[in-house]
Structures are given as C-alpha cells and as structure tokens.
Design a protein around this ligand. Structure first.
Ligand code: NI
Length: 325
C-alpha cells in the first residue's frame, strides 16, 4: 500500500468512528437512562448500556492513528467535534497508479465501455447530464479547473448525478512547462474540485493527450493514473458531423474501451445530438457502461484472478509425483 492509501484508509476509519460517536450521542440524548449517565448521574442500567455500547467504539477510536483526535473524542462526551466526512476519491487500483492507460485489457466476453467527456463543466453539460440520466449511463468527466470556477453549480450537478471526475489541468495548456508550472496546473485544479464539489480525484488526462510536456510526468509522480482513450470521436472539429461521430464510436468500440468526447471548450451541440444514438447503438451491440475507475477495477479483478490461478497451477506442478504402485 502507498502512503496515500494508508492515509485514505485512516481517514475512512476516522470518519466511521465519528459517525459511530455521533450515533451514540444521539442515542444518549434520546434515552433518559443513557442521558443520565452522560450527565454524570450513575444508574445501573445506563452504566451497562454505556459500557456495552462504548467498548468496541472506544477500541475503534483508539486504533485511529490521530491520537489528538481520539483523545478529544474519548475525553469528553459533551464536546462535539466537527464532522469529518471522507471525501469520495476517484482513483485507479494501485497497479495503475503512476501509469498511462488508454483502455482496460479485459480477457472476458463482457462488453463494457467508458464514455468520457473533457473540457467542462460548460453550458451544455446539463444537456449531456440529462441524456445520461434518461438513458441510465454513468460517465467520467475530465474537468478544466477554471471552468469549474466559472460553472461551480454545474460541477456540483455532475458529482450529484454520480459520475466519476478526473483532472484536465487548470487552463488546458499543451506547451512544454517546468515542474513548478505543471504542479500548479494539476494541484490547483484538484484543490478547486475538492473545494467546490467535495470530491478528490487521482485520475489525470493531459490536454491533447500530450505525454511529453511535463504534465503527465508530474501526474505520474503523484501516482495519478494518466487516462488517455481508445476511441477519439474528434467531436470538437467542425468537420465532424453528428453521423460521423456516431459511426466512429460504433465502429471502433471494443470491450474495455475508453471513448473521448467533449462537453466543454466550445459549442458541443454535435456531441449532444449524437449522444443518444451512441448510447443506444452501443447497447444494441451488447455494451454496458462503466466509469473509468470501474473499468480499471474490472481489469484489476481479472489480473488478481489470473495470478491466483497461476499460483495454483505452480503449486500443483511442484507437488512431488506419486510413486508408481
Ligand atoms: Ni481537452
């Protein structure tokens, strides 16, 4: 596990402990006998209840690595600390962290595909959201930080609708840059996404798919998954008609694929018009829609299953042959 995984796990444990504490305080305020205990009035019934309820909880809190927080929680029942909800994080399984992916390598027959939308949030994002909702599809949006700043309410709508979020820099540079500039582009966007929507992301898509201008290197160093695509709709080009857009996706779709489209950066009316036909056409071909993190999670499961199978086979081979009878 990376340090980040450990930290995230700790944050989750802290949040679970906090939720449990608040639940307990709530019970205390409702049950007179427990309330009596909380106020320091001993009562046999309340003591039993309190100890029974609190023992596993306090053990849980003590296992949390932030000693100050644990002490403040166990020290006084009357001080209510501020609630700390864990931020949902959109990330790839560990083996893809710091790696570049353009599709999931799936061996099975399951036809899954991930639709992705770049350069938003934008005026037309709500139209895209409406179609995705209507057709029951979850997608992945790679955001430009300054557009999140311009359309914070639309950004919140995307998150509320349950789509996955990735980072697409602050203002979409494609030129070469030093590490400090790359850090600013990526970190400020991550921070702004978190401040605006409460989610974190460890998925990064470099503008233009450029891998050599410093951005992808910085993202890989911070263990982001660098997410490219396997189907490029070129929906941003005026020469791409709605029909071309639809047929590109349907012709080039493969299980585990990642489809690049745009909800932002310009008038995306072609994308809006093509989307229902793209979704319906892919469904007709047998596809199911997943987000990029879900897609990589599927590959992870396959790899783990294959490794277990290989280990089993190796173990069977190393067994000494039975002597002839
Ligand atoms: Ni872009």
């Amino acid at each position: 596990m990376t340090d980040r995984d450990l930290l995230f796990e700790r944050q989750q444990r802290t949040a679970i402990a906090l939720v449990a504490v608040f639940g307990l305080f709530d019970i205390c305020s409702r049950l007179p006998s427990l309330q009596a205990f909380a106020q320091g009035i001993p009562s046999p019934a309340s003591e039993v209840n309190w100890q029974q309820l609190a023992a596993p909880l306090i053990a849980g809190i003590q296992s949390v690595s932030e000693p100050k927080l644990a002490a403040s929680l166990t020290g006084s029942a009357s001080a209510k600390p501020a609630a700390v909800a864990p931020a949902p994080i959109f990330s790839a399984p560990q083996r893809f962290q710091g790696q570049i992916v353009d599709r999931a390598q799936l061996s099975g027959d399951e036809k899954v595909i991930a639709l992705t939308f770049d350069d938003g949030p934008w005026e037309q994002t709500p139209e895209i959201l409406g179609i995705l909702k209507e057709m029951d599809v979850k997608a992945t949006f790679f955001w430009v930080g300054k557009n999140v700043q311009t359309y914070p309410e639309i950004a919140k709508q995307v998150v509320a609708a349950g789509h996955a979020i990735g980072n697409h820099t602050w203002d979409h540079p494609t030129n070469s840059m030093d590490r400090e500039t790359a850090a600013k582009q990526i970190d400020s966007t991550n921070d702004y996404i978190f401040e605006t929507t409460g989610v974190r992301t460890a998925l990064f898509r470099p503008p233009g798919g450029a891998l050599l201008n410093g951005l992808a290197d910085y993202a890989r160093n911070r263990q982001d998954a660098v997410v490219l695509w396997s189907v490029d709709t070129r929906d941003w080009q005026a020469s791409t008609s709605v029909q071309m857009l639809v047929s590109t996706v349907l012709n080039e779709a493969k299980p585990g694929g990642i489809v690049l489209m745009h909800d932002g950066g310009g008038n995306r009316w072609r994308t809006v018009e093509a989307l229902p036909a793209i979704i319906a056409g892919l469904r007709e071909l047998g596809y199911r829609f997943v987000t990029v993190p879900e897609l990589l999670e599927m590959q992870e499961k396959e790899i783990i299953a294959a490794e277990a199978k290989a280990a089993q086979a190796a173990a069977a081979e190393s067994q000494p042959a039975l002597p002839p009878q």
